[in-house]
Design a protein around this ligand. Structure first.
Ligand code: IVH
Length: 692
């Protein structure tokens, strides 16, 4: 039903207010509440309304201007040459390319018999537009686009990006003034690693930490980070693609967009190699399709491609219409973020026992496929995003990564929805579920007993450094488990020649080889056997230490947590998880059955620790990101020297090992007068005691 003019006016005002709100979240706070798709939807609704009732079109309408605003704290920079936006073909099929070519030909009054127009086709990087100003080859200023006329001075932050040269390379004369335009962006792998670090910080109790929704927001947030030291920690990159102001350029600017890209590259600026000089609408459409096919394999996000008339003289003839060049257009791809309903949250158990909350969604087309499941990562993330069953959520699927729920749009839940909880027992095998102190992930302690972990457990058990079972590889494990022949480790030793022969693709010879392999594996060592059980934290060297320390399996099985702590390389976390594993009756059954199947090793009385290790009795706490060591590596080094690693700083803490962005733990350590080491200090301490 048609609206009355009064209703239309009210609706337009509502849409304008909504768009302004979301634009502020997006452009100014870098913290959007809705997906790009939802924003576009609102935008188009307003545009349609204004088209129908032109009287509603006000100069301050979001449809009439470039949104963006200078953040307090950055000095404004007036762009000598305005930073324009370009028209977007919202059609995601090839027709957008043809439509652009037809428009260009019309504007240039070309006849159908005239030759095709030549274009440069580029990727449309999903980042933040930046203007770099070089004077006599030296970077003097970097600014964001802002509202196109005035941007923010972000020179300091841009100087922290290694790819942006502080000084242009010369071959011959440099222009006196050269403004380079391009995009600051973040690669997807860098983005994932950044978010992983942020998650770790939050798990460490840093309440100011947050994860970023997508690489674009992370990049935009870093560019406009008021503290350049924090900006420097964010892995930003840059691609140059255009020209702003210039002066004193011998011979003038290059005669075409493709020549400009080449010249920028020669100056030492990063230019993405993935561009092409193509001919006519068909060349553009082919480029669009070809890039779309490998969009997921690109290391960064793109939201489309950009077509530019190659010839500079033609560009000038085409000129501008309402602040948009007629010679360039952006041609989009389907969105990588969509909004949909969250129907349920289920828990999945991975091959390593990790429990992942998985969102069951109303199916939605995103990033090129229909998605109905998406990861919620872990309980921390889920709580932080405050998603509950019934909500509208933003789903993101970029590249070939697993789709994820990145946030909540609206709480549309029924009146009462209980908070999601991780199950106490594994949904697959019923074993106890645990979260390690200081850890983020919940895990099933079922190990080899758990159906979800079975194949992995069998392969690990058979591995060369474990039971070394010849002939038991991935394919056979798949067949044995999928065919229902092997559900537990001991069942391996019950296999008969007939059963193996009956498996598809298994010849008589390989069946016999496997049986021989199984037979031979029975004579082993205690260390190999312990390692083969695949207990969490018990790697090869801890297995050796346990075997050497206790000498016999029964003594190990009977050891208390305190007695386990006395073993070299075993800290509180390891002792605790080990004890839990050994206390599960089904794990004891597996061990008994394996022994009953004939697995044996030589036992001895065990060796008493010759002398206490140098760091025995010393408690360490780790915090922040260390320059070279991972947390686990640092922990291993400390524990190998006899020290303990605890999760929180207390009066009992002897040392705090602090890396970059150490937060509350550092403050607590300082308050308690705990000694603080950086990574170099830790290495020094370890080498001092090693040589003492
Ligand atoms: S050219 C006058 N080329 O997309 C032409 N823009 O509205 C100016 N973008 O603000 C833009 N990749 O932030 C151009 N290869 C590319 C681009 C690109 C990404 C962004 C840029 C611009 C927006 C278009």
């Amino acid at each position: 039903m048609a609206m009355t003019p009064a209703e239309a006016a009210e609706r337009a005002a509502q849409l304008r207010a909504l768009l302004q709100h979301h634009a502020h979240r997006y452009y100014v706070l870098d913290d959007p509440q809705v997906s790009d798709a939802e924003y576009d939807c609102l935008f188009q609704a307003l545009q349609a309304l204004e088209d129908e009732y032109p009287a509603l079109q006000t100069p301050d309408s979001p449809t009439q201007r470039i949104i963006g605003q200078v953040l307090d704290g950055f000095a404004p920079v007036r762009h000598t040459v305005p930073m324009l936006s370009i028209r977007t073909e919202t059609d995601t099929d090839p027709s957008g390319a043809w439509a652009f070519d037809a428009r260009v030909r019309r504007e240039l009054s070309l006849a159908p018999s005239d030759p095709p127009v030549i274009y440069t086709a580029e990727l449309k990087f999903d980042g933040l537009a930046i203007n770099l100003r070089y004077e006599n080859g030296v970077l003097v200023q970097a600014a964001t686009r802002g509202d196109g006329e005035t941007g923010e001075n972000v020179t300091q932050n841009m100087r922290t990006i290694k790819e942006i040269p502080g000084q242009l390379r010369t071959r011959g004369a440099l222009p006196a003034v050269l403004e380079v335009r391009g995009e600051v962006y973040m690669r997807r792998d860098d983005f994932d690693a950044l978010n992983e670090r942020q998650r770790q910080r939050m798990a460490d109790g840093d309440r100011t930490g947050k994860t970023f929704v997508n690489p674009r927001n992370a990049a935009a947030g870093a560019v406009r980070q008021l503290d350049p030291r924090i900006a420097a920690l964010r892995p930003l990159r840059f691609f140059a693609y255009g020209l702003g102001d210039f002066d004193g350029w011998a011979g003038g600017p290059p005669p075409s967009q493709s020549a400009l890209l080449e010249a920028l590259g020669a100056f030492g600026l990063p230019v993405n190699a993935d561009h092409a000089v193509v001919s006519g609408g068909s060349g553009l459409a082919d480029f669009h399709a070809a890039v779309q096919a490998r969009r997921g394999q690109l290391p960064f996000d793109i939201d489309g491609v950009v077509y530019k008339v190659d010839d500079r003289a033609l560009q000038q003839r085409l000129g501008f219409v309402s602040r948009e060049p007629r010679w360039a257009v952006a041609h989009k791809y389907p969105a990588q973020e969509q909004i949909t309903g969250l129907r349920a949250i289920e828990v999945q158990v991975g091959r390593t026992g990790k429990l992942t909350p998985v969102a069951k969604l109303e199916p939605v087309f995103v990033g090129g496929t229909t998605v109905s499941n998406a990861t919620l990562h872990n309980l921390f993330e889920l709580r932080r995003k405050r998603v509950r069953i019934g909500d509208r959520v933003v789903v993101r699927r970029a590249g070939d990564v697993i789709p994820e729920v990145v946030g909540r749009v609206e709480a549309l839940r029924p009146a009462y929805v209980p908070n999601f909880r991780m199950p106490r027992s594994c949904p697959v095998c019923g074993s106890q579920v645990l979260r390690e102190p200081g850890g983020i992930d919940h895990r099933c302690t079922g190990g080899l007993y758990c159906g979800a972990q079975r194949k992995q457990a069998l392969l690990h058990f058979a591995g060369r450094r474990a039971m070394n079972i010849d002939g038991l590889g991935e394919k056979i494990v798949d067949q044995l488990v999928d065919g229902g022949l092997v559900a537990t480790l001991p069942a391996l030793y019950q296999l008969s020649l007939e059963q193996l022969r009956a498996l598809g693709r298994m010849g008589d010879k390989s069946a016999r080889n496997l049986l021989t392999g199984l037979q031979t594996s029975k004579q082993t060592t205690l260390a190999r056997f312990l390692f083969a059980l695949g207990m969490r934290h018990v790697g090869e060297s801890t297995a050796k230490d346990l075997a050497a320390h206790f000498g016999s399996l029964d003594r190990l099985l009977a050891a208390s947590e305190e007695q386990l702590l006395a073993v070299r390389d075993v800290g509180p976390v390891v002792a605790h998880t080990l004890r839990l594993f050994l206390d599960q009756p089904h794990n004891r059954d597996v061990i008994d059955q394996l022994r009953a199947a004939g697995i044996t090793w030589a036992e001895h009385d065990g060796v008493a620790q010759a002398e206490p290790l140098p760091l025995a009795g010393q408690t360490f706490v780790l915090t922040g990101t260390l320059p070279t060591l991972t947390r686990d590596e640092a922990r291993a080094l400390i524990e190998a020297a006899g020290g303990k690693v605890a999760g929180a700083v207390s009066k009992k803490t002897n040392w705090l090992v602090a890396g970059d962005d150490a937060g509350s733990k550092r403050e607590k350590a300082d308050a308690l007068g705990v000694a603080v080491l950086d990574e170099a200090g830790l290495q020094q301490l370890l080498s001092d005691i090693a040589s003492a």
